[in-house]
Design a protein around this ligand. Structure first.
Ligand code: AMP
Ligand code: MG
Length: 351
């Protein structure tokens, strides 16, 4: 299959490209497009055969359900059996936006889309290109991240091309995404509602609105032997080819230890990469040092995380050492993805 690549800018939306994307989706094909979180790989969510193609293109395990993307509340009513008062309040505040909610599904949603579950995950993105494409494609678009399963999620069209060229019909290049980590997933089928995956919409933001919100324990305790409630969270996701280690502790001690390890591993012949921040980047003496953003504003770190992991792969890096990040605000989402990329390999640096 030859993948068509077309560029679209938000300011000047080419109607012909949107129509092409819509026609491909309606006829059961695959279209990758930007959303505000990461690039999505779209297929008609109500067409089981189309949804199956997503699993094949990504190499995604078939028990890992897809998020259905909609453009309006009318569409939600067709696929969700019940919309609780709390869900309506959350939707009003955070949709369109980087939040997914889990509902009991109606019979309109095939089991092939939900990985055999009776629930359906739904998101209403706010990216103008995504919204136009969802509408043009019939209104219900399953769109997991547009990467090969297990690789870092794509934050620009080039990443999608690396993983999926030749496997999908169309790639709509809308530039670099805004947030850079996947949506928060909030399960509305339990009481209190439970966060199954941290993202840009935080527990604190949700609690201000609807009171108590629980967090899936397996997210907080990485040593937990229990399976996470979002089936996809059990896989070693987001992983670079290099072996990644996260170092926690007092920052100056962490820098010292990364410098020591880098010297040691470089001498042994390994190509070493370092994930640094604006606050520390000048303090590293060796290795391939990349600055991921500033600690003053961790949204910058979220935005660069996946791109940096891919850059290290392209550089042929063997080992990556990363500083840890805070676990407040979007920092929780960053640490969750970083620890998954590291296969939970963390070193605690003592003073
Ligand atoms: P991705 O589309 O790659 O961002 O991954 C979607 C995530 O949503 C995976 O971790 C899935 O396991 C999770 N998910 C999708 N549908 C459901 C559902 N019905 N219940 C729980 N988790 C879900
Ligand atoms: Mg994904």
């Amino acid at each position: 299959m030859k993948t068509i690549i077309e560029q679209l800018s938000i300011g000047q939306m080419n109607k012909a490209t949107i129509k092409k994307a819509g026609d491909i989706l309606k006829s059961g094909g695959l279209v990758a497009f930007p959303t505000e979180t990461v690039y999505g790989l779209g297929a008609d969510a109500l067409n089981e055969e189309a949804a199956k193609k997503i699993y094949a293109a990504k190499g995604r395990p078939s028990d890992n359900p897809l998020i259905v993307h909609v453009a309006d509340m009318e569409a939600l009513a067709i696929i969700a059996e019940t919309i609780s008062e709390k869900a309506a309040i959350v939707a009003k505040e955070f949709w369109p936006g980087p939040l997914t909610m889990i509902f009991k599904k109606t019979s309109a949603v095939p089991m092939g889309t939900t990985g055999g579950l009776n629930t359906v995950a739904v998101r209403m993105p706010n990216h103008p290109i995504a919204r136009e494409i969802i509408r043009a494609g019939g209104g219900y678009i399953a769109a997991p991240s547009a990467n090969t399963s297990g690789r870092p999620s794509p934050t620009e069209a080039q990443h999608v091309k690396e993983d999926l060229a030749g496997k999908i019909d169309l790639l709509v290049d809308g530039g670099t995404v805004d947030i850079g980590v996947e949506s928060t997933i909030l399960d509305m089928t339990v009481e209190p509602p439970m966060i199954l995956r941290p993202g840009a919409i935080t527990k604190e933001m949700l609690e201000r609105l609807i009171g108590e919100v629980a967090v899936d324990k397996t997210l907080i305790d990485p040593d937990s032997k229990k399976a996470p409630k979002a089936p996809g969270m059990k896989y070693r996701h987001y992983a670079p080819k290099a072996e990644l280690t996260v170092l926690e502790g007092e920052l100056s001690q962490v820098v010292k230890e990364i410098n020591r390890l880098t010297e040691e591993k470089t001498a042994q012949g390994f190509k070493v990469g370092i994930i640094a921040t604006e606050e520390t980047v000048e303090k590293y003496c060796a290795g391939n040092v990349k600055c991921i953003g500033t600690r003053e504003d961790e949204t910058t770190v979220a935005g660069n995380l996946y791109g940096i992991l891919r850059d290290f792969d392209n550089d042929g890096t063997d080992l990556i050492f990363s500083e840890a990040f805070s676990t407040g605000g979007i920092g929780s989402a960053v640490m969750n993805r970083l620890l998954k990329a590291a296969g939970q390999h963390v070193v605690y640096v003592e003073e």
